[in-house]
Design a protein. Structure first.
Length: 259
């Protein structure tokens, strides 16, 4: 289990090591599960996030927490690495839970929950305010039920609120330049918004981020990095989101609901 939360220690050319991420994902999905009361949940889809000296991925939510904790943010919930947004050097991150498969106490399959907010609603729907001894809090436990799992990887889901008309342009390739400019504008706007928040939250790194002229290129690079892992076959589940790729001069990728 400790190896899973050390994924950030393996960086090559400013990117997380893909073979290490795959090993961690396979372990988390195949050898562990989430237990809550009489139900078990197989982790079926995750995304890796890390911000550090050699991996300034500002898509990652700042945090200060211990390793192996639940960290809630506006997009969902992470399993955390050891994080301190005000340390020296600054580093923080975790593993976002995007999809889970629910089983009853007898390991009979019940349903698949797709989407990080839906996972939060399922796992943390009710918690006691005065008593923590009734198994309402989800915990990670070992299991032998899943064995060797077959997994796939892709870029993470980063939403850009692509409109229906822009989606039709992408699907039909009717006007590649117009589509490309529209997506590029959305990426630039999201970058500026995130950077503005970072300068507030990560004060010690604010000046560096402001002066880093390569940060936008890094932002785009991390958008396309294959830091997302999922069980093969889950992409056919209802509600799962898949990738749509624009094959223009600059390949900005985004995801939309599979129809």
């Amino acid at each position: 289990m400790d190896n899973i939360f050390n994924f950030y220690q393996h960086i090559e050319s400013n990117h997380l090591n893909k073979s290490i991420l795959e090993e961690c994902a396979r372990m988390l999905m195949g050898r562990y599960c989430v237990k809550k009361k009489d139900a078990y949940y197989q982790i079926a889809e995750i995304e890796f996030y890390y911000y550090g000296p050699n991996h300034r991925d500002i898509i990652t939510y700042p945090r200060t927490c211990l390793e192996k904790q639940w960290f809630f943010h506006q997009s969902g919930v992470d399993l955390t690495i050891k994080s301190n947004q005000n340390s020296e050097p600054i580093q923080f991150g975790g593993i976002l839970i995007r999809s889970i498969r629910k089983y009853d106490g007898g390991w009979n399959y019940i349903k698949t929950i797709c989407g990080p907010q839906k996972c939060v609603n399922e796992l943390f729907d009710v918690l006691d305010a005065f008593d923590n001894n009734n198994n309402l809090t989800p915990v990670i436990v070992e299991t032998t039920k899943f064995g060797d799992v077959e997994i796939c990887s892709s870029q993470r889901y980063i939403a850009f609120n692509v409109s229906k008309s822009e989606l039709e342009l992408q699907e039909g390739r009717d006007d590649k330049e117009k589509y490309q400019n529209a997506i590029k504008g959305k990426v630039e706007t999201k970058f500026k918004t995130i950077l503005k928040e970072y300068k507030k939250l990560v004060s010690k790194d604010g000046d560096y981020l402001e002066q880093d002229v390569n940060l936008f290129n890094s932002f785009c690079d991390y958008l396309n990095a294959e830091y997302r892992y999922y069980l093969r076959g889950i992409e056919w589940e209802n509600g799962y989101k898949v990738a749509g790729i624009f094959n223009g001069q600059e390949q900005y990728k985004y995801l939309f609901l599979n129809r």
